[in-house]
Design a protein around this ligand. Structure first.
Ligand code: SAH
Length: 374
């Protein structure tokens, strides 16, 4: 964040102690406006500058009275996270290492992709740019094959830290690039940071906020069952569930939250989720060689998902040091996919992106990355 345009005043509060204005929704901005004895329409103007245009300083808010801008500058800061580095992959993927005000670090990944969409007028080439966002610094879920899990949970991200990832990512785009999709598949378990996640989603999807369609946002969860239905009732984003196993015995090991919410409970919840017409739940399945990639696993997966409106994303396991797993060979992944398709399940193989910059799924490990910067 560019802070250098702020006047340095002996009496001003240090930036680090000021509240991040990006923590505030429209109602709270209304309270700020009232406390400053400004007219109520200023709240909408303020939200427009902060979230709509995404400006980096109060000085840029040209239609606010100067006195009000000064008032705000003494009480708030505009975002509290900064991009420490942006690594570029040969495939166009960009990984941002983002430093938080207390020294913690998180990662967000920009993933451009092209998709051919069949339309009545012929094939249409879609340029998609997905932002993979983090919800926590570290993670407490302890999934055995995930690098972030090795960090443990450092802390939840604030609302401002979640939404700031979008503004920081936009700075790394070229003039003709725009973010089109947002996935909470970075560091952390989004539903374990529910109150902040839901507020960030409301800022992202509101007209007064960033105006992003909830259909373009996917929240990926390891299966925090009680929060799943609540999420979709509050904001109709898309949901992805990290399944990875077809027996409780194996899932207990790979994703220990399974001991609390076993497969049958998780899938029962999925059945009841309020989905839009034609919408399907994405089930993520990381292909681990000799662990969960046999034809029997595929057949069990077909049975488990048959009563559901689901589709499957098969993800190549991305190795990291000391992971103890290997990725399934491509032909095993293709055989697995063929069994799912024969069982009438839509199954897509997700190619790994950004491998050369350790930006692929499950490789985000900002603790180490941050240490390497120093
Ligand atoms: N906690 C959430 C979101 C973060 S993980 C969740 O569990 O869904 C995002 C996806 O990356 C999950 O499907 C996760 O299983 C997958 N993943 C984790 N480690 C991986 C690895 N080493 N290789 C490939 N995918 C991985």
């Amino acid at each position: 964040m560019i802070e250098s345009d702020r006047p340095i005043e002996a009496t001003s509060t240090p930036q680090a102690e000021l509240q991040d204005i990006r923590d505030l929704g429209l109602a709270e901005l209304g309270e700020v406006v009232a406390a400053a004895s400004e007219r109520s329409f200023r709240a909408g103007q303020l939200a427009g500058w902060i979230y709509g245009r995404g400006v980096g300083s109060f000085d840029a808010m040209l239609d606010l009275p100067k006195s009000f801008r000064e008032y705000l500058k003494h009480r708030f800061r505009m975002g509290s996270a900064t991009t420490a580095t942006c690594a570029r992959s040969s495939d166009g993927t960009r990984k941002l290492l983002i430093r938080l005000s207390d020294g913690e670090a998180i990662e967000s990944v920009i993933i451009p992709s092209r998709e051919v969409e069949a339309t009545p007028a012929g094939d249409h080439l879609n340029q998609r740019i997905t932002l993979c966002m983090s919800s926590q610094a570290g993670c407490a879920m302890a999934c055995e094959f995930c690098a972030t899990a090795r960090m443990g949970l450092h802390r939840n991200l604030s609302v401002g830290e979640i939404v700031s990832q979008v503004f920081l990512a936009r700075r790394e785009l070229t003039a003709d690039e725009h973010l089109t999709n947002y996935v909470f598949m970075g560091m952390g378990e989004p539903l374990a940071n529910y109150p902040r996640l839901i507020k960030a989603l409301s800022i992202m999807t509101s007209e007064w906020g960033m105006g992003i369609s909830p259909r373009r946002i996917t929240v990926s969860t390891v299966g925090i069952v009680p929060m799943m239905e609540r999420l979709l009732t509050e904001i109709p984003v898309r949901i992805a569930v990290s399944l990875h196993a077809t027996t409780n015995e194996l899932r207990d090991r790979l994703a220990p939250i399974n001991k609390r919410y076993p497969i049958e409970v998780l899938l029962d919840t999925c059945k009841r989720l309020p989905l839009k017409q034609r919408e399907r739940i994405t089930f993520e399945y990381v292909m681990l060689r000799g662990v969960n990639d046999s034809p029997e696993d595929a057949k069990r997966l077909v049975k488990l998902l048959a009563p559901l409106r689901g589709k499957v994303n098969l993800i190549f396991f991305n190795a990291f040091e000391g992971s103890g797993f290997a990725t399934s060979p491509r032909d095993a992944v293709e055989d697995f996919q063929a069994i799912l398709r024969k069982g009438n399940l839509t199954a897509t193989i997700r190619e790994s992106r950004g491998l050369d910059i350790a930006a692929a799924c499950g490789q985000l490990y900002a603790e180490q990355a941050a240490a390497n910067q120093d």
